[in-house]
Design a protein. Structure first.
Length: 190
């Protein structure tokens, strides 16, 4: 039996990461230039011409000046865009699949949860099932008389059929079901 060669697949990246990296780099460069000039002034050197000119402009211009309003509007637009980038959903909910024929794909973590729930629905002895799919681990909590090792084997087979690029750790925990808990206080099974 020949093993498939291991192919490294990268997680999908949202287009916003490039924009966020660009803005972070610009802020870092501007903050570094300003910090350098402040340290130079504290060390006894004269302030750079751009900083002195900017301080003079900020001190002499009125708030209703056109350039002040345009600068404030640009700052508000940039802040709104950065806020949208921070709050917009990314691609963390997608898990990459193994490449097939030169193409790559991804599957939603909720989709994997539904596949596992459908597979477990055919098993006997499961009264209640809760599945949480993370980026590296699947947590399954079941209530009932089903054997956890059997459930884990079945779910592991289903995960293997999906064809994920990276292996997910499967953690199956079981609690006793209502029927398996024994008779209630009145002597009748609850």
């Amino acid at each position: 039996m020949s093993e498939e060669p291991v192919v490294r697949v990268r997680r999908p990246r949202a287009p916003r990461t490039a924009a966020a990296a660009l803005v972070a780099t610009a802020v870092l460069v501007l903050a570094g230039a300003l910090l350098y000039d402040v340290v130079a002034v504290r060390a006894g050197q004269p302030a750079r011409r751009w900083r002195a000119q900017l301080a003079d402009e900020l001190a002499t211009r009125h708030l209703d000046d056109l350039w002040v309003l345009v600068g404030a509007g640009a700052a508000v637009l940039l802040g709104g865009w950065l806020l949208w980038l921070a709050l917009a959903p990314g691609l963390r909910r997608w898990l990459p699949l193994r490449p097939y024929g030169g193409t790559t794909g991804a599957i939603d973590r909720a989709g994997i949860g539904h596949l596992l729930r459908d597979r477990a629905a055919g098993l006997t002895g499961i009264e209640e099932l809760r599945i949480r799919v993370g980026r590296r681990r699947v947590r399954v909590r079941l209530v009932g008389a089903a054997e956890p090792s059997s459930v884990q084997r079945q779910l592991r087979e289903e995960l293997a059929r999906v064809g994920l690029a990276g292996e997910l750790r499967l953690d199956v925990r079981a609690a006793r079901g209502r029927a398996a808990a024994g008779p209630g206080p009145e002597g009748v099974a609850a």
